[in-house]
Design a protein around this ligand. Structure first.
Ligand code: N01
Length: 537
């Protein structure tokens, strides 16, 4: 293969794409190993999804002490979270704190997008080009591009026609947006839309929510972290991190082995009432079989639908807000703060697009089948081309000219979500065949980066220059992923988890649903075997 670019190219040891929590840790880890590492990031600073998603009400629905790095006991002691579920500004401040503390920014090129990454078989390295014209060469490339980083506009005619203010949740401006006295429309009622609606409904002159599919959402019951509580947590971080590694969620939320029908009816209700009061995702840990037993799932869904009916005063709105036709938790469960109560405000109007579908966006607002709603502002909270979108957003070409988009034409395949047959020395963190969106993404990122670092150390000790999983290894992993997915009710809803939110995208549950602990064990077993099932040059 030609090396004509070599004269202009910058040679490094490790190339990292993305400055979210995965990419930040990768840059730190490889630098600590003595590598020359360069990170490329499209945004102007660190933080990944938390850099872009500055929409009103943005907040993480994992507990802040869980959703934080475990690799540095010093940082754990120096940083203090103020709320149990941190808001976006605090999470972004944390990312910046870590970047300052570890001096990470000097190894990142910001405002830069990778446009292609091509394997050079002769030189045994990846050659990446960027939209700034730079060419970087590295024997190892780490894709920390994130499962939720390619925003998706709604497929509605007329988006460019709207003359009012148009906002996208995932590309929110850096300045304040004033909603006072404005007529605001929101399209999208997933986790993002719910957070926006409960916030903007209390600020806007009028808010019109265009809902196609209602989501189940549970009370977050956020609270401040008191100095005493913070001090206590700081004493126990090491035990907590150890426990997180053993937990299917990659966090500290308790899990249970108790099936729904193992309790008498009154105790089932009592358990759900308690979970409702406790808030957060505790509901998910109440019964073990909610994602595989349809009858149990329907009973829990009924409990939540009853709660919606009790909160929302207008019976028509209450009925429209009750999700039906798909299992609870088969779409990512949302956590809210008085979301349903928002619909009791006189200025908040629910447009049920199941009965009154959106026809087009006009210069003045949104036209549904029943007529036009005039708006000053329109907000899209319409999700992402998730899991694979960012990895397929640029040309990735492996051995013998194999393109990732061709390899993945029927859906993503890999080993552990990290390595891909035909793509030597290319690694993904939180890739689409790992637990990706189903467990704590920071815990997964740290696991994946550590695993990749150990593999590279192994190769260097043995004088090896290229590695990839054999086809059998990749196939065996994908069989395991499919077998675990087969009984899962997740397959029964149309969501980004299964790819059905993007027209033309291959659909299917390709994430590892066995939980973080089992995923980590699988990763560790490969390393402990001396990387059995891997081919080296
Ligand atoms: O995206 P989504 P999201 N007309 O895909 C609607 C994480 N997250 O950004 O279902 C009308 O869930 C679409 O309707 P439908 C979290 O993992 C976490 O909200 O296609 N509506 C749906 O309601 C989450 O799961 C946090 O019928 C249209 C919505 O847009 C993930 O990000 C906070 C439409 C998209 O929902 C993604 O959540 C925020 C159309 N043409 C996000 N097209 C926390 O940690 C789309 N929709 C709390």
């Amino acid at each position: 293969m030609s090396k004509s670019n070599s004269t202009q190219a910058e040679r490094v040891d490790v190339l990292v794409v993305g400055a979210g929590f995965g990419g930040m840790y990768a840059v730190y880890k490889f630098r600590e190993m003595g590598k020359k590492v360069v990170g490329i990031e499209a945004g102007s600073n660190v933080g990944g999804v938390w850099y872009w998603n500055r929409y009103p009400g943005a907040r993480c629905d994992l507990m802040s002490v869980d959703y934080s790095y475990g690799f540095s006991p010093e940082i754990e002691q120096e940083w203090t979270w103020s709320e149990q579920f941190a808001a976006q500004p605090e999470i972004l401040a944390y990312a910046n704190f870590v970047a300052d503390r570890l001096d990470l920014r000097k190894d990142f090129r910001f405002d830069t997008r990778v446009t292609s990454a091509i394997w050079d078989e002769e030189a045994k390295l990846w050659r990446a080009t960027t939209d700034t014209g730079a060419v970087l060469e590295a024997p190892y490339a780490i894709m920390s591009t994130g499962p939720l980083s390619i925003p998706k506009d709604p497929d509605i005619p007329g988006i460019d026609r709207f003359k009012g203010e148009l906002y996208r949740a995932q590309k929110w401006p850096h300045h304040d947006v004033d909603f006072a006295g404005k007529r605001v429309g929101v399209i999208g009622t997933g986790s993002t839309g719910i957070q926006i609606i409960q916030e903007v409904g209390r600020k806007a002159g009028e808010l019109f929510v265009f809902q196609r599919t209602p989501s189940f959402t549970l009370p977050m019951r956020n609270r401040e972290i008191t100095p005493d509580y913070a001090a206590e947590m700081k004493k126990h971080y090491r035990q907590m991190r150890a426990a997180m590694k053993m937990n299917p969620t990659g966090g500290t939320r308790p899990v249970t082995s108790r099936p729904y029908f193992s309790l008498p009816p009154d105790q089932r209700i009592e358990a759900m009432e308690q979970a409702w009061i406790n808030g957060g995702h505790t509901f998910l840990g109440t019964f073990a079989d909610l994602m595989v037993n349809e009858e149990a799932n329907e009973a829990v869904a009924d409990f939540v639908r009853d709660k919606i009916g009790q909160i929302v005063e207008d019976p028509v709105a209450a009925e429209a807000l009750k999700p039906r036709g798909y299992p609870i938790f088969a779409r990512r469960p949302c956590l809210d703060t008085e979301y349903y109560e928002t619909y009791n405000l006189p200025n908040v109007h629910l447009v049920d697009c199941k009965k009154d579908a959106i026809v087009e966006i006009t210069e003045k607002g949104i036209r549904t089948e029943s007529g036009e709603t005039e708006l000053d502002m329109l907000i899209f909270a319409t999700g992402y081309d998730a899991l694979t979108g960012a990895l397929l957003a640029f040309d990735v070409v492996g051995r013998n000219g194999l393109r990732l988009k061709d390899k993945w034409k029927d859906g993503p395949v890999s080993h552990l979500g990290i390595t891909m047959t035909g793509f030597p020395n290319l690694f993904a963190t939180t890739g689409p065949n790992g637990p990706a969106a189903l467990a704590n993404i920071i815990t997964i990122s740290e696991n994946d980066v550590d695993w990749i670092a150990d593999l590279i150390t192994h190769m260097e000790a043995k004088g090896l220059s290229a590695v990839e999983p054999t086809q059998e290894t990749e196939d065996a992993w994908m069989t395991r992923v499919a077998e675990l997915a087969a009984p899962s009710l997740i397959r029964k809803a149309n969501t980004w988890w299964v790819g059905s939110n993007v027209k033309g995208k291959p659909t299917g549950l390709t994430m590892f649903v066995g939980g973080f602990a089992k995923y980590r064990e699988a990763c560790e077993a490969v390393a402990a075997s001396g990387y059995e099932g891997y081919a080296f040059d």
